[in-house]
Design a protein around this ligand. Structure first.
Ligand SMILES: C[S@@+](CC[C@H](N)C(=O)[O-])C[C@H]1O[C@@H](n2cnc3c(N)ncnc32)[C@H](O)[C@@H]1O
Length: 221
């Protein structure tokens, strides 16, 4: 596996169990990649506890996901038995274990827990598996302007950090951060249609914490 097994342990401890769809993801899909019909094929990278699955089900699309935590995948199979063949436990930076091409790939803060080299390899694989005109929607790709970037310990490359012992990245292994040139470089085989930088400045308690992430839409030409 290219990525750490920390997530499996976090889910077994019943932490990080987000089950409500992420509003940015819903907004981006509806605005930039509204599914055309039931043949529309969506691949989610790292579906976690399945927050976005009911949203895609309500759209009636064909949904697939690769998730690295066997523990959470077991739970998803119990909750969505009809998706047993569509949700795979595995490392999406190594293999997408489904046949056929996709209209849309979505990722909310999942590739962001891998090294730059693994992310580049995964994006190359996905480029080959997207239909022409297909889109990649990235939500909450952590920005180097996020205060957590400065707190992390150096890892494999300049954009990857590790060693968090508190905060939302505590014990999750690697965290990857991007600036605009890096994100454009990662998706150089794509046409970047939209890039938005989201920032949240916490005023109280005044601990110096500020959040920053990228939401974006990249299209395969
Ligand atoms: C921050 S959680 C996000 C979960 C979900 N996307 C959400 O927004 O609720 C990151 C998820 O990505 C998964 N993940 C990270 N790297 C992975 C990889 N290389 N292969 C498979 N899953 C991975 C983790 O197991 C974890 O479930």
């Amino acid at each position: 596996m290219n990525f750490s097994t920390e997530w499996d342990r976090r889910y077994k401890e019943l932490t990080h169990l987000s089950i409500w769809p992420w509003s940015d993801l819903v907004g981006y899909v509806m605005r930039h990649a509204r599914p055309a019909g039931k043949d529309f094929r969506v691949l989610e990278l790292g579906c976690g506890a399945g927050a976005n699955i009911p949203f895609f089900q309500s759209l009636g699309v064909e949904y697939f996901a690769v998730e690295g935590s066997p523990a959470i995948v077991e739970k998803l199979w119990e909750r969505f038995p009809h998706l047993k063949d569509n949700i795979a436990a595995g490392d999406f930076t190594l293999e997408i274990p489904f046949a056929g091409d996709f209209d849309l790939v979505v990722d909310r803060s999942s590739l962001t827990h891998n090294t730059s080299a693994a992310i580049i390899h995964c994006i190359e694989m996905l480029h080959a598996r997207l239909k022409p005109g297909g889109k990649f929607i990235g939500i909450d790709w952590f920005s180097t302007a996020y205060s957590e970037y400065q707190r992390g310990l150096a890892a494999e490359d300049a954009y990857t950090r590790t060693g968090y012992q508190d905060g939302s990245f505590a014990d999750v292994g690697r965290v990857h951060f991007s600036d605009k040139p890096h994100l454009l470089e990662l998706f150089k085989g794509f046409e970047m249609l939209v890039m938005e930088h989201k920032t949240i400045q916490r005023e109280l308690p005044d601990s110096g914490w500020h959040f920053a992430s990228w939401n974006f839409v990249a299209k395969k030409p």
